[in-house]
Design a protein around this ligand. Structure first.
Ligand code: ADP
Ligand code: MG
Length: 481
């Protein structure tokens, strides 16, 4: 597809290729084994307006595919053909009624091998001359809208900035918009939401639909390299510089890729100078993205910089409530509290756990209970639930910072030992169910207020120093595994 605003009606001959691409992507995402087990027997039965019908030969397969891959199939279809809003999965195909379309597609039963990202750019330019511009928009997830984003303390600022940019692009102080935060906290979601919002707005108000180019920094690099190879860098630059909004996701990927950084910098400048909006995401703030060229860092920090903080318990509950309501299946609040307590690292995992419960409930027609949740999520929870002892934490942290284990309980207050000690207290609070006084006792009989102070101090430091935050996260992961 071209830009997300070009909502063309697709003609039948194109559908075969689109369906093949969708299956190719799905196969790539789920892996060969899973694809062959569950998805290979899918056939396309028809495309009718905004609805696509896919057939599977048995009820069991239908239910399975519907619950596990239904959303993803819809998203992939929608990304390929924006007019498609729903994918119906029915029993049919090999044993059921064969639609005319399915017959004509019989020869394309096997999905083609997945194209490397470089081919995509070349393909859309050279083979598909009818397209007005190369594909600048990666599949935008239809679920990633502002409506679908749950706002809470940790993300309200980033959300407000994203909304503001979508409503009034290129306004002073908001260009570029730089969103940063840890994995799975909603950066990509907010970027897609901006894209959807802009497309719908401008299309109604202006004659010319707004053109949004959204891609990961990785894709940007692949395309740039492909352009160099095919000696079409001029075209690449011109195309990029003709968009109204350029969004680059996960910019940290460009660290160390000097040529691509250079190209991005020039494109960036050209667009800002021409009054276009730029939105960038990364895992760190511009000033902490060491390895990025200074002048690029400086310019990135010139507009609005907004961070997504780690979720709070309250936000996790709100997110679960919103997602459960969407799934249309009752999830007891006890189960949600349980999940929000157990899965704290990122929203993607939280969502994954809920999806699994919903799929399981749908598949077996049983309600979700605390017991069934514990059973179904057994493996996920085990990873989060492993009992770490305070001694283990002290040992790992001491090792990591190269201090003596005895310093964990010594009275020394030099920063070089006090900070690691605070980190260990922080991790003890996070990873064990020990109370503050209990933790204090294990650290040389310290008072519970000392532990409390350590916990909040480390939390603060993690907020403002992301390399420190990474360090602590790394320790946490090592202790959890
Ligand atoms: P990131 O790009 O920061 O790694 P994503 O934007 O991909 O994270 O988010 C991971 C998943 O969590 C997505 O499915 C997204 O919809 C969901 N998610 C994250 N934050 C929220 C939120 N505040 N409300 C609803 N869903 C969220
Ligand atoms: Mg992302």
């Amino acid at each position: 597809m071209a830009t997300i605003t070009e909502l063309e009606i697709v003609e039948t001959p194109q559908i075969a290729a689109q369906w093949a691409r969708i299956r190719g992507r799905l196969q790539h995402e789920v892996g060969e084994v899973e694809y062959r087990t569950w998805l290979r027997q899918m056939t396309l039965a028809g495309v009718d307006g905004d609805e696509v019908t896919v057939h599977l030969p048995t009820r069991f397969l239908r239910d399975w595919v519907r619950s596990r891959y239904g959303d993803r199939l819809s998203a992939l279809w929608h990304a390929e053909v924006p007019t498609v809003r729903r994918v119906e999965i029915r029993v049919g195909g090999a044993m059921g009624p064969i639609g005319p379309l399915a017959e004509s597609l019989a020869q394309t039963a096997e999905p083609p091998p997945v194209e490397p990202p470089t081919a995509l750019f070349a393909a859309s330019r050279n083979e598909d001359r009818a397209e007005p511009r190369p594909d600048l928009t990666a599949a935008l997830d239809p679920r990633f809208t502002f409506d679908g984003f749950v706002v809470g303390k940790p993300n309200e600022f980033a959300y407000a900035c994203a909304r503001r940019v979508a409503e009034l692009p290129s306004s002073a102080g908001f260009n570029p918009l730089f969103l940063y935060g840890g994995v799975g906290l909603g950066k990509t979601h907010l970027m897609h939401a901006i894209a959807w919002e802009m497309a719908s707005r401008q299309a109604g108000e202006q004659r010319r639909p707004v053109s949004v180019a959204y891609m990961s920094a990785e894709k940007f690099m692949y395309r740039f390299i492909a352009a160099i190879r095919s000696q079409s860098t001029m075209e690449f630059k011109e195309t990029l510089r003709s968009v109204d909004v350029l969004m680059i996701d996960d910019l940290q990927f460009l660290i160390g890729k000097d040529n691509t950084q250079e190209e991005f910098f020039h494109t960036f400048n050209a667009l800002v100078d021409a009054g276009r909006q730029i939105v960038v995401s990364a895992d760190k703030s511009p000033s902490d993205l060491s390895g990025l060229e200074d002048r690029l860092r400086t310019r990135l920090g010139c507009g609005m910089v907004a961070d997504l903080h780690a979720t709070t318990f309250e936000l996790r509950i709100s997110i679960l409530e919103a997602k459960a309501a969407r799934a249309g299946i009752p999830v007891p609040s006890k189960v949600m509290e349980f999940l929000a307590h157990k899965i704290t690292s990122n929203v993607r995992e939280l969502e994954g756990a809920l999806n699994r419960l919903v799929a399981h409930a749908n598949l077996f027609g049983r309600p979700i209970t605390l017991e069934s949740a514990q059973e179904v999520l057994h493996d996920i929870l085990k990873a989060h639930d492993r009992r770490v002892t305070i001694e283990e934490i002290q040992r790992k942290v001491a090792e990591h910072y190269n201090i003596r284990l005895t310093d964990m309980s010594s009275a020394r207050r030099a920063r070089a030992v006090a900070r690691p000690r605070q980190v260990a207290m922080y991790l003890a609070k996070q990873l064990t169910s020990r109370s503050l006084p209990e933790i204090g006792r294990k650290f040389g009989n310290r008072d519970h207020t000392t532990v409390m102070h350590a916990v909040s101090r480390i939390g603060e430091l993690m907020q403002c120093d992301s390399s420190f935050a990474e360090d602590v996260e790394l320790l946490r992961r090592m202790l959890e595994s």
